[in-house]
Design a protein around this ligand. Structure first.
Ligand code: GLN
Length: 626
């Protein structure tokens, strides 16, 4: 691994830390560092937003981090979130976007998904920090008497906790727990918000303590272009950057968000007013796809300027960078290729009004579509409008090539889902059910193919007589809704000759991410299988059903997962169940592609070897039908 000189920047930092490290009452310096911390070993890039939120700080920060990772550096991103929630577990996706789940079970902001996808790197709870976590840590320590009789203050104690976390991440946040060469810090919200002020102060202190050359501050700001004036105005951006400077932070780089390329005149003005040389002011105008941003940054020289500011040119691994660039360029070309088959994928959900609520599904479809040459048009269908009587016309009008029923909670819209899944199964439309969508597919099959007309989930009918989906035994013990689910990465054992095993390239066990409270009722498994349903992915030890499918003789592609396959899909490493769905969808849309070798890799020919379950025409009496 390339290595920069560990000590060249450490001298100031070490001197500072030798005083700050003392947490006793004799000194006003309070900045506890984790044991073994080497000041100056890791450099930091902090990204602040000014003028307004929604500028894409996460995408900016993730793209820059990717450029640095491509150079062979270990990078560790972190999001500092202003709100008081401990995590995103109880947030409504309709207001806040989807809840992203990490392998260690952390429920976090959807920006962490952007980081994982762009960096192709698994993150953990250390990469996500909320004000709630910081305050609760401080208050618990205060009750334990951990502050040795001192009054506990925003500065230095709260800021000290923030710095401690950032340094811990620096020591362990690289891949496989290695030390990071670079920590990317995204400060949530906008500079001047009441709730993120202490983060900004903590970063000012950290930059001071770590010493000159250890920090690169980036201000992301917005250039207005009012239609009535027809020209770009930089005043709001200037004022925003000034606001950051009032906190004692001098930006090193300005990234100007705008609808159109920023004019020289606007760049010069803002450079002058914020003490940032013109070659460090960048136009970050809107692009066709976020995946073209890293290359656009590189073309503008942004990565080189960051390396100069942090004195890291010597650490670059050119071979690694060239390889990574080639791979990425191939992917980015595929996204806009003219040769793609147009494909309509229906997503049946409750929150379809907001794309952000299903951000990772949207991305996973893009990944699979790009690899298989499909231009995917998503039809967001509000399932609350669908019922048994109108399902045919509601779905037929869109000429869907594939359908996804995504995850969700609560009773609203579930009968519409059952009706839609029945239609999709009978019409042989390729189908992927995710989490709640998987459970609904089991319920639909039980009702219409296994003579359990009243089949239901105890999530919707607490005392359902025919509960094919019921609460996980562990969950029955827990009260309340905050943090009580089966969360995070779990192994899934795949059955021989199944579609699942075919898609996962013959792996016996795969690891996927879960977020659920209910599961297939173990007592119903036998009846369901006898009626023809195949449970092809299970927990390696417990009777938890994790993948269901129909045999290829019954349906071209009908599969469901108790986990969330969309969370592990990456641009260069698309998730297999999405690949299978899109491949089957392409065959439906354009049968002439049947011999296309990339498709053949993802289409399993029906075979008598595959697990058949039982015979759907032979109805066994079930406990529900009595
Ligand atoms: N509501 C279902 C459960 O808790 C499904 C959850 C989900 O789709 N994430 O099991």
């Amino acid at each position: 691994m390339p290595h920069h000189d560990d000590t060249s920047h450490g001298s100031d930092g070490e001197a500072f830390l030798s005083q700050f490290g003392k947490s006793n009452q004799q000194t006003e310096f309070y900045s506890p560092a984790p044991d073994g911390y080497v000041p100056g070993r890791t450099r930091f890039v902090a990204v602040f937003g000014t003028v307004m939120s929604g500028l894409g700080k996460g995408i900016f920060s993730a793209s820059l981090a990717k450029l640095m990772k491509d150079k062979g550096l270990q990078v560790a991103p972190i999001k500092l979130e202003g709100y008081l929630n401990i995590d995103s577990g109880t947030l409504n996706p309709y207001r806040h976007g989807e809840v992203f789940v990490l392998d260690d079970g952390t429920e976090c902001d959807m920006d962490l998904g952007t980081y994982e996808r762009l960096l192709d790197q698994n993150l953990s709870r250390r990469n996500f920090c909320t004000s709630g976590q910081i305050y609760s840590e401080i208050l618990e320590r205060e009750r334990r008497g951990g502050f040795l009789g001192r009054d506990v203050q925003m500065i230095p104690h709260v800021t000290g906790e923030v710095k401690h976390r950032l340094r811990t991440l620096a020591m362990t946040g690289g891949e496989g727990g290695k030390p990071a060469d670079l920590v990317f810090i995204e400060v949530g919200g906008t500079v001047g918000d009441f709730e993120n002020g202490f983060y900004i102060e903590a970063l000012r202190e950290l930059a001071f303590e770590e010493g000159p050359g250890s920090f690169c501050n980036v201000a992301l700001t917005y250039i207005l272009e009012p239609k009535t004036l027809g020209e770009q105005k930089s005043k709001a951006a200037q004022l925003g950057v000034k606001r950051l400077m009032e906190f004692g932070i001098q930006p090193n780089i300005l990234a100007l968000r705008a609808d159109n390329p920023v004019t020289d005149s606007a760049m010069e003005k803002i450079s002058m007013f914020s003490n940032v040389p013109l070659q460090r002011v960048f136009s970050m105008h809107d692009r066709e796809s976020i995946y073209t941003i890293p290359e656009a940054m590189r073309a503008g020289g942004l990565d080189r300027e960051v390396l100069s500011i942090l004195d890291m040119h010597g650490a670059v691994d050119q071979v690694s960078e060239d390889d990574a660039r080639d791979q990425w360029a191939g992917y980015a070309r595929g996204i806009v290729s003219e040769r793609r088959t147009p494909l309509t994928v229906g997503i049946l959900g409750k929150y379809t009004a907001l794309r952000d609520a299903y951000a990772s599904i949207d991305k996973a479809l893009e990944h699979a579509g790009t690899h298989l040459s499909a231009a995917i048009n998503i039809q967001w269908l509000d399932v609350t409008d669908i019922n048994v009587d109108n399902v045919e016309s509601a779905l037929a009008e869109h000429d869907l090539h594939a359908v996804i029923v995504p995850g969700g909670f609560g009773e609203r819209g579930i009968e519409g889902k059952v009706a839609s899944i029945k239609y999709v199964r009978e019409q042989r439309i390729p189908f992927l059910g995710i989490c709640l969508g998987f459970q609904m597919a089991v319920i639909e099959y039980a009702r219409h193919m296994a003579s359990m007309a009243d089949a239901n989930s105890t999530e919707f009918v607490a005392d359902a007589k025919c509960a094919v989906i019921s609460e996980l035994p562990d969950q029955k013990e827990i009260e309340g809704l905050g943090g009580t689910m089966r969360l995070g990465g779990q192994d899934v054992l795949l059955s021989e000759h199944s579609l699942a095993k075919f898609l996962f390239r013959g792996d016996r066990e795969v690891r996927e991410r879960f977020r659920h409270r209910y599961e297939v009722e173990p007592e119903m498994i036998e009846q369901l299988e006898q009626a023809g349903l195949v449970f092809s992915g299970r927990h390696p030890i417990h009777p938890i059903m994790q993948i269901m499918e129909l045999p290829g003789t019954a349906h071209p592609y009908f599969i469901g997962a108790q986990f969330h396959p969309e969370l592990t899909s990456r641009p260069l490493n698309p998730q297999p169940m999405f690949m299978g769905l899109i491949a089957a969808g392409i065959l439906r849309a354009d049968p002439e592609r049947r011999d296309d070798p990339i498709l053949r890799d993802w289409i399993m020919e029906p075979s008598s070897d595959s697990p058949q379950g039982g015979d759907p025409t032979h109805h066994v009496p079930s406990p529900c039908t009595g």
